[in-house]
Write a protein that binds this ligand. Sequence first.
Ligand SMILES: [Zn+2]
Ligand SMILES: [Zn+2]
Length: 410
Amino acid sequence: MKTRSETQTAAKPVDVTIIDTSLKPKAPVNKKRKLDQISSSVPPANDPVPKTYKKLKTVDKIKSSAIASNDAKATSDQNQHIQSAIPAAKAPKLSRANSKKNKEEQKQEENKNDKDQGQLGALNQKADQLYKNISKFFVPKPFTQLNDKFGSLTKYIEVTVLELLNKVKEEEINNHRKKGEEENCPICMCELYENLEKMSEQEIKEMHEKQIKQELPIEVVVMSKCTDHCYHKECLVAQMGQQECIRCAVCSQIYGVLTGGMPKGTMSWKLTPKNKNYYCDGYKDFGVWEIRYDFPDGIRNGVKYQGTRRRAYIPDIPEGREVLTLLVKSFERRLSFLVGTSVTTGQQNCVIWNVHHKTNTHGGSSCFGYPDPTYLNRVKLELADRGVFLENIHEVEAVTLNGNGQSYVN
Ligand SMILES: [Zn+2]
Ligand SMILES: [Zn+2]
């Protein structure tokens, strides 16, 4: 008895072109900050996010409620951040009030503060999940405006000259940094604060106080999901340009939703229940999800490109359902395919894979088929690198509940 995959045409090698979707900037070598240069190195804006989805009603319903609740969460996160930031900025005043207490009491207070890393802000940060990974030295400011696109996506913290110095000092103490080594902006490669090493403690303190009083601008920021690495704010804003997302060049965190250049097409998926003659090798006791992709021929930037039809297979195990759901997300973000040059035929302007798929139920890795025990995990990592994650359990349900579904990107 032949399996379904064997009745298909012989396995053809699959085009897999992994483009570097990272938004890593090409840092100018010149030490002088050259914003013009940075702006011009920003890649062109991505295609607009797909507007048309033809999906099962249940999918739409569950999805839109999930999106709505995410938005609500984001807003409440931001409010929480601003609220929790207020007491943090009042911290210096509180410690000044302490000076009226007798010395011993003050000393005890200070010791306690030292134990708490000397930062009231750190306590606020602990309470605030948003900044859970950020260095304790960086405290949210109540006056930071996060209303613009860059602010709402990255929820950055403004970093004063003193906060940066304290972080640098600790890195030196822990031997994570050579003494006197500059703290540079990863984009323009210039010092974050010019001549920080040459400034006296008094100068730094005065500058910090002016920054907190908003008498001096704060040009240095740390983004909310990063840890200890800072940038010039204007370098990040220039790098982001018209795009709806930004990726940290140091830790690869993605802020916003990364979208790709996949042309219009359809993805449909269908479950064939457990069948002794049709299964993914290695998953004999499970059904098979068959994915079909259909991309018609089209024209892009005045150039004709050739469409394609593809099939892919996933075993109906919990991890397989997760991967299917991630692939739907990846498709809807235009990341699964792209228009490019086929690795196998050398033909230009055709629709090619941009995420690894299994195009056979059998035959092993060399035939782009199963068995391949690490495939599901690998594709999850591949998608995570582009910011495609599961946000809640309902997403998997919405995609798999009816045993079939379809998504359309215009
Ligand atoms: Zn910079
Ligand atoms: Zn980062």
